[in-house]
Design a protein around this ligand. Sequence first.
Ligand code: S3P
Length: 169
Amino acid sequence: MNNVVLCGFMGCGKSTVGKNLARKTGRKFIDMDMYIEKKQDMTVSEIFEKYGEQGFRDIEHEVCKELAGMSNLVVASGGGAFTFDRNVEVFKGVDTIVFIDVPLSVIKQRLKNDTRRPLLQRPDKDKVMAELYNKRLPIYRKAADVTVSGKSTPLKTAFAIIEAAKLKQ
Ligand code: S3P
């Protein structure tokens, strides 16, 4: 309750914007992937390797339920979390869901040298990224209560969320 949950594609700035937003609105910041890593004592890549993507998604779903039971948080979700109805259902109507919208060209630039995200460690990375992006964009939009552009600085984006979601500072 009273949580703000950020969703959007990998590299859209959920974590950096989230930290700013938490500071400005007096909430605690939680990065979902880091929360999962701490809980499992493994990196996201190690979890994908050991349990496969489905195993990771099941852990992610449990963590969504856990976080939705807490209050006064800003949560940076993992880029895939809100593409599953069961996770949208956990937060919808309970917390404020914000989609950070960033064009694919900007995302590509930001993730050019990424080594951390298992879904992107492949030779046809650009193609896969474009396919995933186009498939997911309408899903994020539909899941969100509020959409803001994430092209600007993290601080400006945080202020745009405060205004759009009518949050107290
Ligand atoms: C994923 C995004 C990642 C992480 C995992 C899967 C996705 O989070 O949860 O690699 O499916 O888009 P970020 O959006 O924080 O990179």
